[in-house]
Design a binder for this molecule. Structure first.
Ligand SMILES: Cc1ncc(COP(=O)(O)O)c(C=O)c1O
Length: 405
């Protein structure tokens, strides 16, 4: 057994730390009172010594778990280097070249990549690159989309009203994110592009924060087809679904389409906007940021993560382990308010009948030593590290079966 709960949850040290944060910082999107101390493989230890089996990979940001030997080696190498962080768009460094080469080996041919800090900024720069070519026109986004919380990206976000209330918006036209090929609105993009001048279409192919909704094949095919027909760039946001999470480098590969511009972050450790060279802003200074390409440790860790995913065949592992997980979870569907299990590879959502049940069950799972996260209004997401083993999956499934049924 990897998980082990020894104290009341939260324990005394965790309670003290959380109280300080609540008083002096902003109590943001924390799901449960976990205070992280350290991690090993697929296990997170809290400050009171409790061990939790982690099926969140910190929202997909730690695809190799928490103690991969190559990542530990990088941390050791940089431990004596005081220039671990530089103004990366103002000074060159080798890590920038290395991650650019590595990313170019996995994004579509003829793409360049601009490095930045976060997922929201990766989207922000994707839309700037589109505006630069197309002019300040409305952009298209989808119902339940999540593209980040900076004001530009937020304009195209529709997953939760609380994220947007009172904030001003860039011009946006919303279409329905269709999950069925026979949805009556499957062709809505055609009508919209016919009747409006549009700067870009922005979409996820598997929605993350919006609820782990898998787009219909026809919906994504239509976005690509009509974007081509009307000469509008298609931006695909792979911040959550990318970097191997679905068993392919990018979720769009399951749909046989390619974007013109794409956003990457989370598992890459840094934000990145990759774009077809025909969208290169060319003039200097259009895009920049002090820390963009400046976190040298993050960039070398991101580079190593791509290497390890290739070498250890973790795309195949994501597919195989995802199938085992889904098979196990399907056993509990239609029981005790569990409506559906959906997803591709290790990007799996469990839909509940009510938000209350989902929220209560997340806390119960946490208290039993398993970490999962919410997604959308009433789903849970299961996103373990890509390195997960069958034994770890079985341990997690056993806790889920006990708590959820
Ligand atoms: C698809 C998608 N785009 C953008 C973002 C924003 O990323 P960040 O939180 O790093 O700003 C997220 C974060 O969850 C995301 O899932």
């Amino acid at each position: 057994m990897r998980h082990k709960i020894d104290t009341l949850i939260p324990g005394p040290k965790a309670t003290k730390i959380i109280n300080i944060i609540k008083e002096l910082s902003y109590d943001s999107t924390f799901t449960y009172p976990l205070v992280i101390a350290n991690g090993h493989n697929c296990v997170i230890k809290d400050v009171d010594g409790n061990a939790f089996l982690d099926f969140t990979s910190n929202i997909g940001t730690c695809p190799l778990g928490y103690s991969h030997s190559e990542i530990m080696q990088v941390l050791k190498e940089y431990s004596q280097n005081g220039m671990h962080k530089i103004a990366g768009q103002d000074f060159y460094c080798e890590e920038h070249a290395k991650i650019a080469q590595k990313v170019s080996s996995i994004v579509p041919e003829n793409f360049k990549t601009f490095f930045i800090n976060s997922g929201a900024e990766a989207v922000e720069n994707a839309i700037k690159i589109a505006y630069k070519k197309m002019g300040p026109l409305p952009g298209v986004s989808c119902s339940n989309a999540f593209h980040g919380r900076t004001l530009g990206a937020l304009s195209f976000t529709f997953s939760k009203p609380i994220q947007k209330a009172n904030f001003p918006e860039l011009p946006v036209k919303k279409i329905k994110f269709c999950i069925n090929d026979n949805d009556l609105e499957i062709d809505s993009i055609e009508k919209l592009l016919k009747e409006n001048k549009i700067a870009f279409i922005l979409s996820e192919v598997i929605q993350g924060e919006g609820g782990y909704n898998v787009a219909s094949k026809q919906f994504i095919t239509n976005l690509r087809k009509f974007a081509n027909q009307y000469g509008v760039p298609l931006i695909l946001d792979e911040v959550q679904s990318g970097m191997g999470r679905t068993g392919k480098w990018w979720a769009f590969e399951h749909y046989n389409v390619k974007p013109d511009i794409m956003s990457i972050a989370k598992a890459l450790q840094v934000g990145a906007t990759a774009y077809d060279k025909i969208f290169d802003p060319i003039e200097r200074g259009v895009l920049s940021s002090t820390w963009g390409a400046g976190s040298r440790i993050d960039m070398i860790v991101g580079t190593k993560i791509i290497d390890v995913i290739n070498r250890e065949r973790l795309l195949a592992n994501a597919t195989a382990m995802g199938n085992i997980l889904k098979k196990g979870l399907n056993e509990i569907v239609e029981k005790n308010g569990i409506i559906e299990v959906r997803g591709i590879g290790l990007m799996i959502g469990i839909e509940f009948d009510t938000k209350e049940k989902r929220d209560n069950k997340l806390i119960e799972l946490f208290k039993q030593g398993l970490l999962l996260l919410p997604a959308g209004q009433k789903a849970m997401r299961v996103i373990p590290p890509l390195t997960i083993t069958e034994e770890e999956i079985q341990e997690g499934l056993a806790i889920m079966t006990e708590v959820l049924l």
